[in-house]
Design a protein around this ligand. Structure first.
Ligand code: ASP
Length: 338
């Protein structure tokens, strides 16, 4: 249970940490009612589908799966699912994971030709003794489960990749989705720019249970076979039903190095409010980095057992979407280091 008094009694806490807890920075729906939150502006449409389930007394696990399927199927979204930008060889490879309130989890890594990797990840969790399936094995499993092979490389993404091939420079640009997504027709997206961004979604249901899902096409023009943080339990996503849940977006290598989402949840266990937990995890990345973090983006999003939520990112521009019984299309600008 999230129990600050017990935690303070049982552990030797520093005065500073107690001060943070008392002076809670958490944003809350204040009702212990269902809530769903997700990364980026495109989280609004995803939350709407998740909310249909949560508001009908449904399970958080079903809600997060249904929710993230929205950007997975969205042809305009070039960083998740169908329409995602390919790797440097022109192949779209997708990463996804899902985790429930019992600590069950499933993931697919570098899955090709399947539009909804999150649905496959859920079946890895439910129908196999494993947590992760990668590449050809993940595809074979998906086909056995009845998924259909589809070409995920859209004309626009192919055009962008061909444009990129002219320079072949791998330089991720932070918050590219805010600069481009929905502000330009997909065909106008410049091919020599790098696109990334993930939908990470966290939900609390009526029964008080938490679940999370995370799905992405990863960093555009990555090396073939590159895996980011998004399908790695503890890095791109973590759920502990006693404490809370967290998810990450941004340059996955940095999130993996710091086991980011697990860290955020562990900080919440130490009574950090969600935003402070995300901030501390971001600071850990910044402190460890020898080079400048001026061009590096990592953002964390967290939800605790009480329905309090918060986020923090290295760069400005990280947004997240919140949906509960009071508001269905709220977009919040996350705080940031720079
Ligand atoms: N974290 C994702 C990855 O590294 C990309 C992103 O969220 O921007 O694959």
């Amino acid at each position: 249970m999230y129990n600050r008094r017990k935690f303070i009694r049982d552990t030797a806490l520093s005065g500073a940490l107690i001060a943070i807890s008392k002076n809670s920075l958490a944003t809350s729906n204040n009702t212990n009612q269902p809530i769903v939150i997700s990364t980026w502006d495109f989280g609004v449409a995803a939350n709407a589908d998740a909310w249909k389930i949560l508001s009908n007394n449904g399970k958080a696990l079903d809600a997060v799966e249904a929710g993230v399927k929205v950007p997975e199927a969205d042809i305009k979204n070039q960083s998740v699912g169908y329409g995602g930008l390919p790797d440097r060889d022109g192949i779209v490879t997708l990463d996804a994971c899902i985790m429930d309130h019992l600590g069950n989890c499933g993931a697919v890594l570098a899955l090709e030709n399947i539009k909804h990797p999150i649905a496959v990840a859920r079946l890895v969790m439910e129908k196999t003794p494993h947590v992760m399936l990668a590449g050809d094995g993940a595809l074979q499993f998906a086909l056995e489960q009845g998924f259909k092979k589809e070409d995920l490389l859209t004309e626009n993404s192919k055009k962008a990749w061909k444009e990129w091939l002219k320079t072949s420079k791998y330089e991720p640009i932070s918050n590219i989705e805010n600069k481009l997504y929905d502000k330009a027709a997909p065909e106008k997206l410049p091919g020599n720019q790098y696109n990334h961004d993930t939908i990470g979604m966290l939900a609390l249901d009526n029964a008080g249970n938490l679940s999370g899902a995370c799905t992405t096409s990863g960093m555009a023009y990555k090396l073939h076979g590159r895996i980011g943080d998004s399908p790695i339990i503890g890095a791109g996503l973590y759920v502990d039903n006693e404490i809370g849940a967290a998810t990450a977006t941004g340059v996955g290598e940095e999130v993996v190095r710091n086991v980011g989402s697990f860290l955020v949840v562990e900080l919440m266990r130490q009574c950090y409010p969600p935003e402070e937990a995300c901030k501390e995890a971001v600071m850990r990345i910044i402190k460890k980095k020898k080079e400048s973090t001026k061009n590096l983006q990592v953002g964390f999003l967290a939800l605790n057992k009480k329905g309090e939520y918060g986020a923090y990112a290295i760069q400005k521009g990280f947004t997240y979407a919140v949906c509960d019984s009071k508001q269905q299309d709220l977009v919040i600008k996350g705080k940031s280091y720079y």
